[in-house]
Write a protein that binds this ligand. Sequence first.
Ligand code: GLC
Ligand code: CA
Length: 510
Amino acid sequence: MSKRQPKWLDNAVFYEIYPQSFNDTNADGIGDLQGIIEKLDYIKELGCNAIWINPCFDSPFNDAGYDVRDYKKVAPRYGTNEDLKRVFDEAHKRDMHVLLDLVPGHTSVEHPWFKESMKPEKNEYTDRFVWTDHVFMDTKGMNTLRAISDRDGCAVLNFFSSQPALNYGFYKQEEPWQQGMDDPGPEATRLAIQDVMRFWLKMGCDGFRVDMAAWCVKNDDENRTGNIYFWNKVGKFLDEEFPDAAMVSEWGNPDQSLQGGFHMDFQLMGQGTNYEDLFRCDEPYFSSRGKGNFKAYAERYNKSVAATEGKGLICIPSGNHDIDRLARRLKGNELKMAFAFLLSMPGAPFIYYGDEIGMNYVEGLISKEGGYQRTGSRTPMQWDDGLNDGFSTADPKDLYIKMDDAPDRPNVKAQMADPGSLWNEVRRLIKIRKENVALRSKAKVEFLETGYPLVLKRSCKEQAITVIINPTNEEKTVDVHGTIIYACGSAKLENGKCHVGAGTAVFIEN
Ligand code: GLC
Ligand code: CA
């Protein structure tokens, strides 16, 4: 995957779907693939041309499907493999692309591979997972499942206790039970996971979001040399068989992941990215009470750009199934300011379902399927003002997670009808982005002002656009020439000065 950059990423805007909570079409209280198909036109109308679906494979659901029991089978609660193929086909008919979620690092304890690997007799799966040699031995600080079978050993865990780590070897081998990255066991695991990728890519899937991509090889150095090495091997397979497949990593450090051949990574989890400062701290930058440090964010961002130049895309998501909803800290017009930024930055934007209407983080929910505090960001989509807000016709007590019951909760129907809504602003922003090359994935960005207002310049050889975002309560004035091509709020441009009202975002073609 290293040599190519699928062309469609240049102008891609993604929509992340947590399938459980998106749209239920058979009244069992849980979203399904048919529900996704029925909303493809909606997603397209919003302007998104690609989707990422969280794991939809057979699973006991101890971690919302990130604990896979069968990589090649759609979980019956969502439908069948045929239905997933229809998702691909229906999306393609609409010029949209579909990424599935690949979980290469671990399976569920219920996966047949793991059950085989628990057996004391040596078999094909003995080395599929990371095991110590004996139960009574030092596990070198790794979390393990201890004494769970007659096999004399502890199985290393990747995340929850039901998620044993698949064996891709160790970068630094310090114990006899730690295999090398090119040893037969790790190589067989790689081939097995490539086989899973091949299965879905052949069916029509356009690529993968890769779960915990930076942690497949164990005992890595701080540059993640081992994991970069591993993903380049997978990349060779993709180059040969599926040169158009798009790969986005959950790595959180594009400086490293893009060297591993990923086309995109999320800039958010890496230490010191200051992403939280913009959207998710007590006084986020994109709020009228903002104290968040944009300067530090910009410096970190520029460093990543320098380190990755041309290799791939740094993507900034509106949110995801693991973090707080954008609307937990940002309210009303502030959300529009945040989206003006998210949708005018390089990389491919990722919109988490429901963020386009400002769905709430629902406080105080009981954990569902390993969600814990993440559960509040995973509540059912609010489509309209009907039963269960149009998500499902099931009895409310049978819903996967209960609906947000805030009286002022937003819904799609009302926002589509209101020209001043967040939904309509997001739609306008996506449209303007797609129509202007300087706003797309690959055009450069330069941060001209990092206090208030934020001034950034996007440019490529055909075009230059100045983006000004003023989340404060006061009007600001910026020296700039050109023509206003987009404004949310009040902006006036005359004699080389742009007067940018409180809570306003404006794009100026220079
Ligand atoms: C990733 C997923 C998260 C999951 C974890 C373990 O971080 O995004 O939801 O719990 O991996 O697979
Ligand atoms: Ca259903």
